[in-house]
Ligand binder design. Structure first.
Ligand code: PLP
Length: 409
């Protein structure tokens, strides 16, 4: 028998969403006539904008003609997409199309990035608490963490507590971390990072030689002009930060699948003999060995996001979800609930009523209101006492959910 990767055995059983699914199924079996509204998992609900669909239809037809048929594409993604990304998303930020690597998702890019870094605990890794579980679990798989304690915190990781007191911008640690995951606008708290705050992280990375892994999956939801959309708005970030972006949330691509990662030329890592190696070279090698690209059809759809129609239609989609977020925020505030987020991000992070744990609140909302959300404790120990509601739903469902919550609480 082959030896398995033992690190997988350290992963906590009963991962958040399976546990939610289990409780939801149990409730539905016991109450088959009570329709539920799901404001839990962060998946979009609204259909793909027309400009994107039209571009994809046209691409299908191109593939149906010998003259315009295409097979394997360029390994980093087609020029038309990488150029559109550089010109729109990184205008004035000095990011070249060559530093952009198109992929089929940010979730996989976040995890796959660990392929090019030393594993087995060679790097000290810092994550926020609460956190998007992918950062933690992929590091456990790579051997960068020891067993979890009773709070679910893995040995060896640095946890940075994001609380209402620090505006969900955790204090910069004294200790040195080699790799730091940052996610802004944040999932799950819906918080944003100020320019000053991100500048502190860039200064930290320069001081310690750290790598910042900046997840900007929700950047399109930022409306405040003072909030940075990209880590590269911070001077010096080109030398220490990798940025993950995705079309999943801004363009409804959770099922279509397209994302990209920016690895600027200046970002390096150290080999065991002390040589500085550009991470972009390693990432290119990794991707061209283990990945064969995103389909031409999907890349045409993604490029259509940057056309005038695409910008207008995806803008409307975002406005639609943000109006849901506003309704949730205001509806809950009117009920006397303390809410955070939901302004420049599609998540509302609410404080559960005094003395109610986040799983108790989950069960109460499920049974009394027929509304499914996500318990904060599932995102980390510091998420206890909080609860996440997502703005990804139809207007009708959001309004009904709010009426039901009002009647139940
Ligand atoms: C949704 C989401 C992503 C996007 O993941 P994809 O694999 O591109 O769909 C990335 N990071 C966070 C924090 C997310 O919530």
């Amino acid at each position: 028998m082959p030896q398995i990767n033992d690190h997988f055995r350290l992963l906590k059983a009963g991962y958040l969403f399976p546990e939610i699914g289990r409780r939801v199924r149990a409730f539905q079996e016991a109450n088959p006539d009570k329709p539920l509204i799901k404001l839990g998992i962060g998946d979009v609900t609204e259909p793909l904008p027309a400009a994107i669909r039209e571009a994809m239809h046209a691409a299908v037809d191109e593939l149906g003609d010998r003259e315009t048929f295409r097979g394997y594409g360029p390994e980093k993604g087609y020029d038309f997409l990488r150029e559109a990304i550089a010109n729109h998303d990184f205008k004035g930020l000095n990011i070249s199309p060559d530093e952009i690597y198109v992929s089929d998702g940010s979730k996989c890019d976040c995890g796959n990035m660990l392929d090019i870094l030393a594993g087995a605990g060679a790097n000290v890794v810092a994550v926020a608490d609460p956190v998007y579980p992918v950062y933690v679990d992929t590091n456990v798989m790579a051997g960068n963490a020891g067993p979890a304690d009773e709070n679910g915190r893995y040995e060896g990781l640095i946890y940075l507590e994001a609380t209402a007191e620090n505006d969900f911008q955790p204090a910069i640690p004294e200790a040195k971390a080699d790799v730091v995951y940052l996610c802004y606008p944040n999932n799950p708290t819906g918080a944003v990072a100020s320019k000053e705050y991100l500048a502190q992280w860039v200064a930290y990375a320069k001081k310690h030689g750290s790598l910042l892994l900046f997840d900007a999956a929700y950047t399109a939801f930022i409306t405040d002009p003072e909030i940075p959309r990209s880590i590269y708005e911070i001077d010096g970030a080109r030398d220490c930060a990798v940025e993950f972006r995705s079309f999943s949330k801004n363009a409804g691509f959770t099922g279509v699948r397209c994302a990209f990662t920016v690895v600027p030329e200046g970002v390096t890592g150290t080999a065991s003999d002390g040589t500085a190696i550009p991470l972009g070279e390693l990432w290119n090698r990794r991707q061209s060995t283990k990945f064969n690209g995103v389909s031409y059809i999907v890349q045409r759809g993604a490029a259509a996001v940057y056309t005038d129609e695409g910008q207008q239609q995806t803008g409307e989609l975002i406005d639609f979800y943000m109006e849901n977020a506003r309704l949730i925020r205001e509806g809950l505030t009117a009920l006397g609930i303390e809410v955070h987020g939901g302004v420049n991000a599609p998540y509302v992070w609410l404080k559960t009523p005094e003395g109610t744990s986040s799983w108790e609140f989950f069960d109460r909302l499920l049974s009394d209101a027929g509304v499914v959300g996500t318990p904060g404790a599932g995102f980390g120990a510091a998420g206890e006492g909080y609860f996440r509601l997502s703005a990804f739903n139809s207007r009708e469902n959001v309004e009904t959910a709010l009426e039901r919550i009002k009647a139940a609480l």
